[in-house]
Design a protein around this ligand. Sequence first.
Ligand SMILES: C[S@@+](CC[C@H](N)C(=O)[O-])C[C@H]1O[C@@H](n2cnc3c(N)ncnc32)[C@H](O)[C@@H]1O
Length: 191
Amino acid sequence: MTDLAERRGMETNVYQPAEDSHLLAEVAAGDIDESDLVLEVGTGSGYVSEFVKNETNARVLGSDVNPHACSNARERGVEAVRADLVSPFRDAVFDAVLFNPPYLPTDPDEERDDWMERALSGGESGREVIDPFLDSVGRVLAPDGRVYLLVSSLSGVEEVVSRASENGFSAVALRDESFPFETLSILKLIR
Ligand SMILES: C[S@@+](CC[C@H](N)C(=O)[O-])C[C@H]1O[C@@H](n2cnc3c(N)ncnc32)[C@H](O)[C@@H]1O
């Protein structure tokens, strides 16, 4: 998500796959197997879900708060439902939950009211979507379930790890990749 200004100006309602999407897709696919039931929160275009499904043969559901994203993902063959985080899903069902969240710290005075902003903005701290995700994802995880969460140095990796820990998770970074303005990491969270 390095070319922010450009992305904000894009004439689209749906976040298009970028370096963060590729990183999450590749790392998660390498750690998921056929028997896993997988949820991708914030599926956007459906790219990550489709990639993981094709690479692993696992069943992958996608959810997104943005109805245009759900339509895009369905066009790719992803089973997508409109949802806020994990709210409509049953307890203890998913073996793996993936999320490439909106994480850019954003000045409240500059916050816009459109779908690209919902895809990019993590509010003032950069963690305003990540925190409620960490507080709620444990409910839908199967007993040995795990979370693959993309985090950026821009939104504070230590703070994310600490919030995960308050929710009973330990975190390990499976991959870090540096870009000119940020480092992206994939955290695997387990209980
Ligand atoms: C950075 S984009 C990632 C899209 C896609 N997963 C990818 O990696 O290319 C974040 C996505 O999260 C969605 N989103 C934001 N807030 C959400 C929420 N509360 N519940 C579900 N999805 C949300 C956005 O609509 C957007 O599609």
